[in-house]
Design a binder for this molecule. Structure first.
Ligand code: NAD
Length: 361
């Protein structure tokens, strides 16, 4: 039976990195007869330019009808002055919420070949393998009411609402405990329960859920401490679970432990493992159009998609091994370049992965 993959390249470096990921996926599809059918849709600034909105109803319907979405990146200075309601980011947020992609898995792994690319000492990060489970469709990014109002004294005031209902906390908690069970059975829940009632409830529910997973060693940490510990001794963590905003920030910090945000994939899953897969980074306007972006995070996102939504675990393993082999061969894009390695551009990096795959059939 064929499976539908929707490709949404987006803005900035999105189209450049996606071209490489699509090339690799199409090769695997043909060679292994995976039966994938590819469709394409605009999103973000590209969609604003073409249709006036960051996500059209047609694009949303295509996303709903697909088994998985491979997403590039969105946004850029061109659209920053638009009203917040039609900015590029709205396209992504709408996709996540309309498709109920509540569980964001963000691995932060340090490839041994890249230990020198981290800004931390190699002994602190060598062998790092953290997975951050971030709640993605709730919390302060979606809470109502929100806005900017004018007070009686004429001063403007911005306001947002941080809310989580019990059911939202339970389902992300379950995903985190289940993920911990598949790894090293160690879970750290991150909150700010000393200040925010919403995360006091979060902590209480995580503790209750923990009773159903007695094998998992559950700990709790305040977000400010978690930020410090991630930089001080990151290997103490295995799986971390947290809300939308804290997860947004901590997962970027964890990303940098690995040397480059250009290496990190992510998955956003619904309750039925249908998912959207995207690199952790944004549209990198500072390097867009220069052919120097690292396509590996997008290629590794495609591997996660093969594994989690399309049921092709062995193909995913093969693709991840190809990425590792390319690093062994010494190829590096500028973001992960160190002395003694060979600096390549976006297309050359994609080609190198393809060549390894071609020689490994
Ligand atoms: P960014 O991730 O785009 O860039 C941060 C830094 O990392 C830049 O120096 C960039 O050159 C570098 N970088 C990012 N990806 C890279 C890659 N693949 N290879 C090499 N270097 C890479 O974050 P930002 O600068 O804060 O945001 C830029 C734009 O992206 C903004 O409009 C923002 O809203 C948007 N954004 C989009 C997403 C998304 O699409 N999911 C996520 C974050 C930011």
């Amino acid at each position: 039976m064929s499976k539908k993959v929707l490709i949404m390249a987006g803005d900035g470096i999105g189209p450049e990195i996606m071209e490489q990921a699509e090339k690799v996926l199409r090769f695997l599809n043909e060679e292994e007869s995976l039966g994938l059918e590819f469709e394409h849709a605009l999103v973000g600034g590209a969609s604003i330019d073409a249709a006036g909105v960051p996500l059209t109803e047609d694009a949303l319907n295509l996303a709903r009808a697909s088994d998985a979405i491979l997403f590039g990146s969105i946004g850029g200075p061109k659209w920053e002055s638009l009203d917040i309601s039609i900015r590029p980011e709205k396209g992504l947020l709408r996709l996540r919420s309309e498709m109920d992609l509540f569980g964001n898995l963000r691995p932060a792994m340090l490839y041994p070949q890249l230990a020198d690319a981290s800004s931390l000492k190699p002994e602190l990060v060598a062998g790092l393998d953290i997975l951050i489970v971030r709640e993605l469709t709730g919390g302060i990014y979606f809470g109502q009411p929100r806005g900017i109002r004018t007070l009686d004294n004429g001063e403007r005031q911005g306001f947002n609402t941080y809310v989580y209902s019990e059911s939202e906390i339970i389902r992300i908690g379950r995903l985190a405990f289940e993920t911990a069970m598949k790894r090293n059975k160690k879970l750290c829940s991150v909150d700010k329960a000393n200040v925010l009632e919403v995360t006091e409830l979060w902590r209480e529910i995580m503790t209750d859920l923990g009773k159903q997973y007695p094998e998992v060693e559950l700990s709790h940490m305040y977000v400010d401490n978690a930020a410090m510990q991630l930089i001080r001794a990151p290997k103490q963590f295995d799986v971390m679970v947290t809300g939308n905003m804290f997860g947004d920030i901590l997962s970027d910090a964890a990303a940098m432990l690995t040397g480059s945000i250009g290496m990190l994939p992510s998955a956003s899953l619904d309750a039925n493992s249908k998912g959207m897969y995207e690199p952790c980074h944004g549209s990198a306007p500072d390097i867009a159009g220069q052919g120097m972006a690292n396509p590996l995070a997008t290629i590794l996102s495609a591997a996660m998609m093969l594994r989690y939504s399309l049921g092709y675990g062995a193909t995913a393993d093969r693709l991840e091994a190809a990425v590792s082999a390319v690093l062994d061969q010494g190829y590096r894009t500028a973001d992960i370049y160190t002395d003694g390695t060979e600096k390549v551009g976006t297309a050359q990096m994609g080609e190198a992965v393809l060549n390894v795959l071609k020689s490994s059939n």
